[in-house]
Ligand binder design. Structure first.
Ligand SMILES: [Zn+2]
Length: 103
């Protein structure tokens, strides 16, 4: 269980094309340390919907930018990840849908 009481889906594991799991972990560590040192301040609530939670997820749009972070609640983190996936794979998704479901 995650601290917000919502089970984090497996796809939130952080896969990002072009980056290894090791790079992902290093970036997350760097972000955690930057927050500890006060270089990065966590927002009071989710940056998308404003839900005020003590523990927010930290979303990295790119794993080579550890200070480029969005503080998000779990549902918004899922939404942002789904949206990024759609942008990445949208054309192929549409092709598959048309070929298999005809709409
Ligand atoms: Zn939110």
């Amino acid at each position: 269980m995650d601290p917000n009481g919502v089970t984090t889906a497996r796809f939130m594991d952080g896969f990002q094309p072009g980056f290894s799991k090791a790079e992902m972990h290093r970036t997350r560590d760097q972000t955690r340390r930057a927050i500890k040192r006060g270089e990065l301040i966590q927002s009071k609530g989710c940056e998308l919907c404003g839900w005020e939670l003590k523990r927010l997820h930290k979303h990295h749009p790119r794993y080579d930018q550890h200070l480029n972070v969005l503080f998000l609640c779990v549902p918004c983190h899922v939404s942002v990840s789904v949206e990024e996936r759609r942008l990445r794979h949208g054309a192929r998704m549409a092709d598959l849908r048309r070929a298999n479901f005809g709409y």
